[in-house]
Write a protein that binds this ligand. Structure first.
Ligand code: G6P
Length: 614
């Protein structure tokens, strides 16, 4: 959600900024803009509703020279997506320009004060108010830009990642962060600023992640300086990026989503590597080792998450209850944070987030912490806000996920939650040794079983062709496969815009059955296990109403095949590990249907990869 790129150095800024904005397109946005100071000291700002490509077409014949500049992709919050509301925004004199991710909550009060002092505003945004406020302070207090930014941010309530540029001082950029990530790349003779490392990685591996309420003063020919909002100098902590450029490029695939679906044997393996030791019966998870006693005594687990991560939490509910015999609640972070939730000292709260930046999840964590809870994180992005806000936890090692619709992050989350649940079971002695060991060996075999399912891609493409023009779809599953039904439906609606619902199969007769006719595709997980016969009955209920059945079955199944329109055979596994394999066909089907419908698979309309506003 919203992307920031800025450059200061001796190279041409515009191509670096545009390429960086394109790398951030995956975050979701609806307009784009850039500001550059040319060698004559003139400030040029170009902004466009729509994609970065539309901004590039617009700026084609314009002056795009300059060695310093800032660029932004905006996901509208205050004010509709249009050229005027796009960033960068000017100050009153038009000497300053600002780009901003986040929300300034008290912008209205500040705006009214500034209006009384003669300021006029062009846009409806909260961001423009901040640009005016910084300049107002700069002029009235006769402050340098860095100090003016610091003083302005002390008046602001809300979240921000900002970069400010001043026409009068083209060798300086000022950046600041609170609640929204910002990373500064330090090159040999230049600086890069971005909302994540993807625009920076091809230029330098030396980066500084700004911490909460820090202001960076970036000056050409000088060391990076950082101050906190109390004006205390902080020594920058320079880290080495450990991502490679290949991991954020498509690598021959048509879309990031397809690449990421195909990466799952690897990402599941990477999420288990060094942790799962089937031969010795050990699960070693460094980030939870300090909380072992809590695991032993826990009376309840509470999962906090949003979107696909919430579905992973639902899978976790079945796993923790079955393996570790501990009650589990799975909470939408956005609901949890606005209740007055009851948290007991023996509860463990586990926040699940791919990006580690989801605003609601972050706020829910803070609430849980304020009530004395131990909060663990399951995050994919190393060093993200959620990873830092939690007391411990485990990273999913899925690698960067660029496609907005989450795929490999989901299976990596389920992998880590499975390991956690098994580890907790061992600590609490709730599983027999033989079942525990069998599950560990079975986990080891999951990556190769995912490989087998990926080989069904051509068959899935054919099924997708049959249902690509559907207006509705129903996904069913029971037990631990119910959350997979929810995830299947979410994938389809996110990228193909077909209305889809996921349901526990038995609940179908309490409503959705009314929708079933001979045009309705019903996607069912009917793998072998305790609920198999029950799901078979649910399939018959659909067939009796002429619905179309597309069933995921255990390899060799004949009964469901006989009553289905299409079957997808997946390798046999323990029934509690089925989600890791059964979700793959639903991902591929959604992908193909969306491609056939001409949808933008990697950047579906209105969606954002990282939802940094509540
Ligand atoms: C957005 C994304 C989803 C994601 C959800 C939660 O809606 O489009 O794919 O599941 O946010 O994000 P998180 O980064 O916290 O897992």
């Amino acid at each position: 959600m919203c992307g920031i790129v800025a450059y200061l150095g001796s190279r041409e800024a515009y191509p670096i900024i545009v390429k960086g904005l394109q790398r951030l397109e995956y975050r979701g946005y609806d307009s784009a803009g850039v500001a550059l100071i040319n060698p004559k000291g003139e400030l040029n700002v170009y902004k466009r509703k729509g994609k970065v490509s539309e901004l590039v077409a617009f700026a084609k014949d314009k002056d795009i020279s300059g060695h310093v500049g800032i660029g932004h992709t905006r996901w509208a919050t205050h004010g509709e997506p249009n050229d005027v509301n796009s960033h960068p925004h000017y100050s009153q004199t038009k000497d300053l320009v600002i780009i901003h991710n986040g929300i300034i909550e008290n912008y209205n009060a500040i705006k009214e004060g500034l209006k009384k002092r003669g300021h006029t505003f062009l846009s409806q945004t909260d961001t423009e108010v901040l640009a005016h406020l910084i300049e107002d302070i700069q002029q009235n207090e006769n402050m340098k830009l860095g100090h003016a930014v610091l003083a302005a941010l002390n008046q602001v309530i809300g979240a921000y990642a900002i970069v400010v540029m001043d026409k009068k001082d083209p060798s300086t950029l000022v950046a600041a962060k609170k609640g929204s990530p910002l990373v500064i790349g330090i090159g040999a003779e230049d600086f890069f600023v971005a909302s994540d490392a993807s625009p920076i990685v091809e230029y330098t591996k030396n980066v500084v992640y700004l911490e909460e309420e820090q202001v960076a003063i970036i000056r050409l020919g000088h060391e990076l300086r950082i101050r906190n909002l109390k004006d205390k100098e902080i020594t920058p902590y320079v880290q080495k990026l450990n991502i490679e450029i290949e991991s954020i490029e498509k690598g021959g695939y048509d879309h990031f989503m397809l690449k990421e679906i195909y990466e799952q044997p690897r990402s599941v393996l990477d999420s288990m590597r060094g942790r799962l030791h089937a031969d010795t019966g050990d699960i070693k998870m460094g980030g939870i080792v300090d909380h072992e006693k809590k695991f032993e005594k826990a009376k309840r687990i509470i999962f906090l998450a949003c979107g696909t991560s919430w579905h992973a939490g639902l899978v976790g509910e079945y796993l923790f209850e079955e393996f570790a015999r501990v009650p589990v609640e799975v909470e939408y972070a956005s609901e949890f944070r606005y209740r007055n939730p009851i948290i007991y000292p023996d509860d463990i709260v586990i926040a699940i987030s791919q990006s580690g930046e989801t605003a609601d999840t972050l706020a829910a964590i803070e609430l849980a912490k304020s009530k004395g809870a131990t909060v663990l994180g399951v995050c994919n992005v190393v060093g993200s806000s959620i990873a830092r806000a939690t007391h411990g936890g485990s990273y999913t090692h899925a690698g960067p996920e660029i496609g907005v619709a989450s795929t490999k992050a989901f299976t990596a989350q389920v992998t880590v939650l499975t390991l956690m649940a098994l580890h907790m079971a061992k600590v609490r002695g709730t599983l027999s040794e033989s079942r525990y060991r069998a599950l560990l060996y079975e986990m080891e075999s999951i990556p190769s079983k995912i490989e087998v399912v990926l080989k069904l891609n051509d068959d899935l493409r054919k099924i997708a062709f049959t249902y690509k023009d559907s207006n509705n779809a129903l996904y069913l599953g029971r037990g631990v496969s119910f959350p997979v039904a929810l995830e299947g439906a979410l994938k389809l609606k996110e990228i193909s815009y077909i209305h889809a619902e996921g349901y526990p199969a038995a609940e179908m007769k309490h409503g959705p059955i009314a929708l079933i006719d001979d045009e309705m595709p019903v996607f069912v997980i009917a793998t072998k296990g305790a609920n198999y016969e029950k799901v078979v009955s649910n399939i018959q209920e659909v067939k009796a109403r002429k619905g179309k059945i597309i069933a995921v079955v255990t390899s060799g199944d004949k009964d469901v095949r006989a009553m289905s329109d299409h079957v997808i055979e997946i390798p046999e596994t323990d029934e509690f590990l089925v989600p890791l394999i059964a979700v793959i066909p639903w991902q591929l089907l959604s992908y193909h249907i969306a491609v056939m419908r001409g949808c933008n698979v990697d950047q579906p309309r209105n969606l954002a990869k990282s939802v940094t506003v509540e």
